[in-house]
Design a binder for this molecule. Structure first.
Ligand code: DAH
Length: 387
């Protein structure tokens, strides 16, 4: 077995010989490896920090080298360190595994192929595959609870003849704010903590990009493409500059709705939403509408449902009021129609209602989850409860 010699001659020739001896000793030891246990002992002999061969050459060759030879010896020792480490690591073959379509279905036993055996022509024990082992099953995923609620909401409106629309999450200032009757610099913009895309200063203000703060911009995008009459629901992701806590998240979901036709009134809005809430929460649920403000609706309202936990008697969830606020809605403001007047939206002839609701919050209520966080953390232990 190789032992590191002391050097008394530091000439380049003598160093070349010492290096060559060491490498051939390394090869001999590699050829003698027969098992993973052999390999581990071999690895420790060469690489161990304490007294491995590499440490020894550092101590006996480099540290002892006279001043003028230090540089040359240092380079050779460094080079050897790299080569020896690589050679040692190369000898380890991980246990081979068998994959079918990316799923591990079995593993070989005794997978080390020893150069010595290969070279000598000895019959190497062929890796065995135990086909009696059970395969690894890939669990079938389920729909995320928030998506499930979104799909339910969409289905309720589809049944009333609504179509489904979508729009981009990276939106322009024009669609997210201006065309929804939030004039530039209007304080109503402050109610939606907006994440702006950087580097937009060179563009005219209305073309600057941001992450949409609500799904309402898809109202305008849809009206630009389709003349009235219109009935559409728009599920999607929205973003705001809010840190994640029990009731806020920088990413959340909305389902927007818009109906435009001749003679649409506030009664249609109330009837439609009341029906939708009964379809979602059960026929005993009641709705009520409170005056509110949104720039793109006039009049605007917040809709509340009677508490689905206590039926209106008062409990912790409804803060003992008997009611839970669930969405914003209102009659489309004529100023909004003015932005799409050229496509047939003449506010003297047509009218409409709109609403926007948060499926994340509805999912909290429906499934009795305490805070929003688990919806966005991707922890399977939480998610598999919905399987
Ligand atoms: N876009 C509003 C928000 O995110 C929600 C909303 C309120 C949407 C009233 C509407 C509406 O369409 O009519 O706060």
């Amino acid at each position: 077995m190789y032992t590191v010699p002391k050097l008394d001659n530091y000439s380049p020739d003598a160093l070349d010989r010492a290096v060559a001896d060491l490498l051939s000793a390394l090869d001999n030891e590699i050829a003698a490896l027969h098992s993973e246990a052999d390999w581990k002992t071999f690895r420790d002999r060469w690489l161990a920090r304490k007294n491995g061969v590499l440490t020894q050459i550092n101590d006996t060759w480099l540290k002892a080298a006279p001043g003028p030879a230090k540089r040359d010896v240092g380079q050779r020792v460094n080079d050897l360190r790299q080569r020896v480490t690589d050679r040692v690591e190369q000898q380890k073959r991980p246990d081979a595994t068998i994959h079918v379509s990316g799923v591990q279905v079995g593993s070989f036993v005794g997978s080390m192929t020893m150069p010595a055996l290969r070279a000598s022509g000895t019959i190497v024990s062929i890796p065995r595959l135990d086909i009696s082992l059970p395969g690894i099953q890939r669990p079938i995923g389920v729909k995320h609870p928030v998506l499930r609620v979104m799909d339910e909401i969409v289905a309720v409106f589809k049944a009333m003849g609504y179509s489904v629309g979508e729009g981009p999450e990276v939106e322009t200032d024009y669609y997210n704010f201006e065309s929804l009757n939030f004039p530039p610099n209007h304080p109503a913009r402050d109610t939606q903590d907006t994440l702006f895309i950087a580097g937009q200063e060179g563009k005219p203000p209305r073309d600057r990009l941001l992450l949409r703060t609500h799904t309402s911009p898809v109202q305008i995008r849809t009206m630009e493409k389709h003349p009235p009459p219109l009935r559409i629901v728009i599920p999607g992701k929205v973003h705001r500059n809010d840190p994640l806590d029990a009731t806020h998240s920088p990413l959340f979901h909305q389902v927007e709705g818009l109906a435009v036709d001749t003679n649409i009134t506030f009664c249609d809005l109330k009837g439609t939403l009341d029906h939708a809430m009964k379809a979602l929460f059960g026929s005993s649920v009641k709705t009520r509408f409170y005056p509110s403000f949104f720039p793109f609706t006039e009049p605007s309202a917040d809709m509340q449902v009677s508490c689905i936990f206590c039926g209106g008697k008062g409990c912790r969830t409804c803060k003992f009021s008997g009611w839970i606020e669930l969405l914003g809605c209102g009659m489309v403001d004529p100023n909004v129609f003015d932005f799409v007047k050229d496509n047939g939206y003449d506010s003297s002839k047509i009218s409409g209602f709109a609403f926007g609701m948060g499926p994340d919050r509805i999912a909290l209520l429906k499934y009795g989850v305490e805070g929003l966080q688990p919806f966005f953390e991707g922890d399977v232990r939480f998610l598999e409860q919905f399987a």
